[in-house]
Write a protein that binds this ligand. Sequence first.
Ligand SMILES: Cc1ncc(COP(=O)(O)O)c(C=O)c1O
Length: 388
Amino acid sequence: MTNFAFVYNQLKELEADKLLRKLCCMTPAQGAAVSRNSSSRRLVNFSSNDYLNLACDGRVVDAGCEAIRRWGFGASASRLICGTMEPHVALEREFAAFFRKEAALLFTSGWTANEAILRALPRKGDLILMDKADHASIIDAAAASEAEFRTFRRDDLSRLNRLLEKTKYNRKFIVTESIFSMDGDSADLAPLVNLKKAHDAILIVDEAHSAGCMGATGAGLAEELGLLADIDILVAPLGKAFGAAGAVVAAERAVVDYLVNTARPFIYTTAPPPANSAAALAALEIVRSEPQRRRQLSENASYLRRRLTGKSLNIGNSMSHIVPVIIGEPHSALTAAERLCEKGFLLVAIRPPTVPPGTARLRISVQASHTREQFDALAEGLADVLQA
Ligand SMILES: Cc1ncc(COP(=O)(O)O)c(C=O)c1O
């Protein structure tokens, strides 16, 4: 007799609503191809965030392997005990310079970075203002913070302005993604900068999906718009374009020192493996020295968006390498994903609660190494499956 009847019931409900999620085991094959669950069948992977194909780049892999030999695998302690090693320090120095901030701090993931910032900086009496589509790590961190929080929509900044005008709060924090992870559209960073300046607010930008991919040197959307200096805190998860893991937070030195002293998700956890920092540093070097990768990514994404809109598929307001094909109900998105898998494409159905009800979708992640033939075949496959 199990004590977990409530768990079984919940799983059954999720299954009935077509919302049950399951893990699949992937094996990387050539370029943007994978095989799934030990099958010998290759699928073109349109779901990976390895936008610049750096996760399997020989230089990144070699840097990681060499670092394992030199530093061992695990860091053996938290950063403040004896887990800080040269690769961590070098990574923080280089990323601070990359984002043109005084200092940077490495976290074990983007999730913990957002959690750390929003639980350490906003206090009781403060207000956190988040875009409605912000990542779950931001939403959960804001909900757990001592501060109050409200959401705004990026297509209605008048609400944000009204919230910023409220005088009963001590400090106000605006938190946004730069490229939204499920929609592929962008935050209007220039008006956000103007609002934060007008109201003496603090602006935090999560560049998870643009760092490495946008900007003259690859520092992200804020760099592309000439706004790096106006962003108070930049968050750059390394598990996407940098092909590694962890996240860097870049800000002025005092903010980093403050996080080192107060951010519990930083203090009370084992330092990330030093080899991960060494690999991420090698990836950063490639991002800096091979701008052709992000040019190719951008050309690929424009090409795909044109092909999909040409087929009258609903890609929302995507303007980036994240291109959703919005379908509606979870069962339709699941069926479409299964049929596309039969045609040789890996596209995962994204369903509520990750996206709002009625907007289940296939989220296409473009990679620099995808080819026009692959995009053409995908567009045909999608039209075939969705417009049959
Ligand atoms: C915008 C955004 N922020 C943070 C994260 C979390 O980063 P990590 O995967 O490193 O925890 C993600 C995705 O995973 C994301 O899309």
